[in-house]
Every structure is written in C-alpha cells, then in structure tokens.
Design a protein around this ligand. Structure first.
Ligand code: V47
Ligand code: SF4
Length: 359
C-alpha cells in the first residue's frame, strides 16, 4: 500500500481518504517526510515564509467556554479581561514608532463577548486602519463572524461585507477544531458545527476575503477524524479556492477540561506531512512555532511545511494551556531557524507576496 501511495504522489495523483489514513498509521516517518517535502518543493521550491506580525486578543470573555480552551473566562470571573480600542491602539503604536520593529500584519481573535455590540468590532477595525493604514488586518475566526452575524441580525453575507468595509483584510483559520459532530460535541458543545464553520468560510471566500484553515489535533480524536477533517477542507477549497494556508494546531492540555498529554514530535511531523500530501489544493502548510516549539517547527520545514508564521509578540491562547515556547521571536531569529533547515527565508506579506529575500 505504501509503495502504491508513494507512486501516486510521485505521479501527482490526488490521495484518497483511505490512503491518508494509511499514512497516519504508518511509522515510516522518513517516507512521509520525503514525500511531503517533494510536494512542498514542487509548490514553493526551497522557500520558507515568515511574517512580521503581532497577535492581539481583545477579550477572553466568551459565552462558549469550550472544554479544551484554557484562555476563556466567564464575565466577572477572575482573570477576565476586555480591551478598549485605545488599549488595542496602544499595543500597536510601538511597531510604528521607528523603522526597526515594524510589523505588517495584526492577527486579532478573541472570545464571544456577551455584551459587546457589532458596532464595537467595526469601530475596532476602522480605528486601527485610521491610525495604521498600511497594517493588514487579519481578524476574527469563522466562529466570531457567525456570532457577529447573530448579534447584528444582518446574516452572514452582510456581516462580512460590513466587516470588509470596516477594514477587515483577511481571516485567520481558528475555530475549526475537528469537524466530526460526535468529537466536536465532546470538545465544544456550545460552538457552531463544523458545517457552519465551513459555510462561514465559503461565504467569506465569496465576499472576496482570503482565509486560513486549522485543525486541532492530539486530544480525543482518532486518525479517521483528522482524515475526515482534511477531506472536508479539500472539498471546500476545490469549490472556492479561498484558503491560503492550513495550520495543524497541536493540542495543549494544561488548565483545560480535556485531560491529555502534549502531542509527540513524531505526531506533529506526521500531521504536517499528511496534511501536505492530502491537501493538494492548498498552497501553504504552516508550522506554527508557538505550538510546535522552535525545533519541531524547524524539522517541519523538512516534512512539508513552507511557513512558520511570525514574530507574534504576545500569545495568550496556547500559553494559557501550558505552551512551552516563548511569546515572540525576532525576524532575525526566524531567519536563522529557517536557514539552518536548509531553506531560503522569505519575509512575506499577508497574501504570500515576497517582502524581501533574506538569502
Ligand atoms: O481557535 C484553543 C486553538 C486557535 C487550545 O490562521 C488550542 O494564521 C491548542 O487559530 N491547545 C487559535 N490549541 C489559534 C489559531 C491560529 C494560530 C496561528 C495562526 C493562525 C492563522 C491561526 O487555537 C483556536 C483553537 O482552535 N486552541 N485552545 C489548546 N488548549
Ligand atoms: Fe471561546 Fe474560542 Fe475559547 Fe471556544 S476556543 S471558549 S470560542 S475563545
């Protein structure tokens, strides 16, 4: 079977779900790595991308309280926070004070706040755009956008158009978790369904917004659920072509209600490789260094990934759940990490256009 899969990959044939499952079940990670690397290099050559970005979480107050989420709080609970627009602007200001530390993208995601009106999100976007017109606003997961469509009463399409007019440039891929309804219901019973997540993304793509996609793995799911998740993403991508990157998110168990272990390095690399092989219609696979650690992210560049995300600066979601990494890396550190993997570091913008080669 593995030889047949290998031949299919080398002939550029699309893999089936059964073949992906076989790859997940295989211990031959060297074969997985070399096949995924072959596909990655066909798509992106020896390039590995990074971006100068900053994450901001406007609030951790969330009505969903997913069982795997250590970041969220209920209103009034110790540790709950909500940022004013002034505070958000204050977090961005230092990156525009001089030339050295400039960022090109801000990544904004947060909880589903029980009281904030839709107008607050619009004002957040337009204020940031007014103060920092060159900054790309990658904001709000499909879960948040669905919530906004409900609080605004506008429905999905008009909510997305309003967000776009307010300054939204693209959307991150969070909130996808695992689409399988039974597993999803155990992980996050209050969250929108997998089908709804896909519907929000389809509508966003139709509205002209590019987005990412993620998958939370390493908790209670089995390989078959990962395979199903990837196939559903591939199907939507066939239809819209609106996804830019796929990011497997390694489960972090601390302070959550889903007990478990950290993922193993082997599983992380396997998941990157199988994602690269199955998602033949995604241009980019991202190894998110915050969750994988610097060393596994570096190895992931040899297992099918072509992107390691960015400078990040402040990270609360994974760090609430026991992340072992720091919260920021400088562009120079990212360049070194990529170079030592034998790849060509390329600073990118939010649409994967080259800002500069660092070779
Ligand atoms: O939506 C929550 C996940 C996501 C845990 O699009 C957890 O470029 C692991 O989506 N262990 C947020 N994961 C992060 C995210 C992301 C990150 C970097 C880049 C992009 C992109 C997207 O983190 C959440 C949720 O799926 N998450 N809790 C946890 N305990
Ligand atoms: Fe809320 Fe997102 Fe955490 Fe779920 S994962 S509780 S939706 S912040």
């Amino acid at each position: 079977m593995l030889t047949r899969i290998k031949n299919n990959v080398l002939e550029g044939k699309r893999l089936t779900g059964a073949e992906a499952l076989k790859l997940f079940e295989s211990d031959d990670i060297f074969l997985l790595g070399s096949l995924a690397s072959y596909v990655s290099e066909k798509k992106n050559g020896k390039k590995a991308y990074f971006i100068r970005n900053r994450h901001i979480n406007p609030t951790n107050i969330c009505v969903n309280r997913c069982r795997f989420c250590a970041f969220s709080r209920s209103e009034g609970q110790e540790g709950a926070f909500e940022l004013t627009i002034k505070e958000i602007l204050h977090k961005l200001k230092p990156f525009f004070a001089g030339r050295g530390r400039r960022i090109s993208e801000v990544h904004i995601v947060g909880g589903l706040h029980p009281k904030w009106p839709f107008e607050y999100y619009l004002e957040m976007l337009s204020s940031i755009k007014r103060h920092f017109p060159d900054l790309h606003l990658k904001a709000f997961t499909a879960v948040e956008v669905d919530y906004m469509s409900k609080i605004s009463g506008l429905g999905l399409s008009r909510t997305l158009t309003a967000l776009k007019s307010g300054g939204l440039d693209s959307m991150p891929g969070g909130g996808a978790e695992i689409f399988d309804p039974r597993i999803r219901n155990l992980l996050c019973p209050e969250k929108i369904s997998g089908n709804r997540w896909l519907k929000v993304m389809e509508t966003a793509h139709k509205a002209g917004l590019r987005t990412n996609a993620t998958m939370l793995y390493g908790h209670i799911e089995k390989y078959e659920h990962r395979t199903d998740h990837l196939l559903r993403l591939r199907k939507l991508q066939d239809k819209t072509g609106g996804f830019q990157a796929f990011i497997p998110l390694a489960y972090h168990p601390k302070n959550t209600q889903i007990q478990g272990k950290y993922t193993s390095g082997i599983d992380d690399l396997k998941t990157i490789a199988v994602s690269r092989l199955l998602l033949d219609n995604f241009d980019h696979i991202k190894a998110y260094w915050i969750m994988l650690g610097e060393k596994i992210s570096q190895l992931a560049l040899k297992f099918g990934a072509d992107d390691i995300d960015g400078t990040i600066v402040e990270e609360k979601i994974t760090h609430s759940a026991g992340a072992l990494t720091g919260e920021q890396l400088s562009a120079a550190q990212l360049v070194e990490l990529i170079r030592k993997a034998g790849k060509i570091p390329v600073e990118r913008d939010s649409f994967y256009k080259r800002v500069r080669d660092m070779a």
